[in-house]
Design a protein around this ligand. Structure first.
Ligand code: DHB
Ligand code: FE
Length: 290
């Protein structure tokens, strides 16, 4: 049977892609951020995932404001990187796993999630490419297949944090019921607190980010008490992307409980670094507790 072996959550700031291209990993501005991924590389070398389910938000590249699904799942054999407007070099295409994609789609639809299925072309932006390049520097070729799970965090109305959490749980159940012996990593991208424009441009809320990160191990449903408007107030209009961390954490399983009853996870690595660009850049690697 397939198994979720862990979950990585990370910011996906476009400038990361440019820094990688220019080889700036050792520059003082970037070093603390990139160094945070070293324990993740060691863990990946041991854990050897076969597939990555990437829970992310498209930024107007594949979907635009005129037609914007709340949830979309890719079922294509390949996903091309085609970021627009951010001046990031494209990376090699990501191989897909259509059979696993269709299994997850069927399973979450049976669980009452109305997802848009993308079996044709589904191009991916910095929210997929940068986290993948942080996990597998070089990426030539990518050593894993991906299943993209896209969530609208861009244009209201957004799905609630609770809904994102339940989607993550449904994805976790879907993986656990897949008959092939696959090792699956869940990757949640976005956040943490940031606002790119408007009066509060540059807004960062370190206290909330820290509390949110701690909640993912101690009390995973903590963030579901907030409405999306409250999350925008607390974290900025793009900080609301942290709901994708929440969905990824939920895919590790919670046993239906919260607080002391939640399924235990172990924090293997975590970093929090202010700022990268205008954004609080964080990363966590969690695995099921033995
Ligand atoms: C930035 C952060 C994002 O999450 C994004 O999608 C685009 C830009 C930034 O901090 O520059
Ligand atoms: Fe973003």
């Amino acid at each position: 049977m397939a198994r979720v072996i862990g979950c990585v959550t990370t910011s996906h700031v476009p400038a990361i892609g440019r820094a990688i291209e220019r080889g700036l990993q050792e520059e003082p501005y970037w070093k603390p951020f990139f160094d945070g991924f070293k324990p993740v590389h060691r863990w990946l070398a041991q854990a050897k995932p076969d597939v990555v389910v990437v829970i992310y938000n498209d930024h107007g590249l594949n979907f635009f404001l005129d037609k914007l699904p709340t949830f979309a799942i890719g079922a294509a054999p390949e996903y091309h990187s085609a970021d627009e407007g951010w001046n990031i070099p494209t990376v090699l295409p990501f191989p897909g796993d259509p059979a696993l994609s269709w299994h997850i789609i069927n399973s979450v639809v049976a669980d009452d999630f109305d997802v848009t299925t993308c079996q044709g072309e589904m191009v991916v932006d910095h929210a997929v490419c940068n986290p993948m390049a942080l996990l597998w520097p070089g990426g030539r070729p990518w050593p894993v297949k991906i299943v993209p799970v896209e969530v609208n965090t861009v244009q209201f109305p957004l799905p609630s944090a609770a809904r994102c959490f339940h989607l993550g749980e449904a994805v976790g159940r879907a993986v656990a019921s897949y008959p092939e012996d696959l090792r699956v990593l869940v990757l949640g991208t976005g956040g943490l607190s940031h606002q790119l424009d408007g009066e509060r441009a540059g807004f960062i809320n370190k206290e909330f980010d820290r509390e949110f990160m701690a909640s993912l191990t101690a009390d995973p449903e903590w963030a579901t008490r907030y409405s999306t408007v409250e999350l925008v107030e607390k974290t900025g209009s793009q900080g609301v992307e942290l709901m994708l961390w929440l969905a990824a954490r939920a895919a590790l399983g919670t046993g239906g409980g919260s607080g002391d009853d939640a399924v235990r996870v172990r924090e293997v690595a975590a970093t929090y670094h202010i700022p990268i660009s205008n954004t609080a850049a964080g990363m966590m690697l969690l695995e099921p507790a033995a």
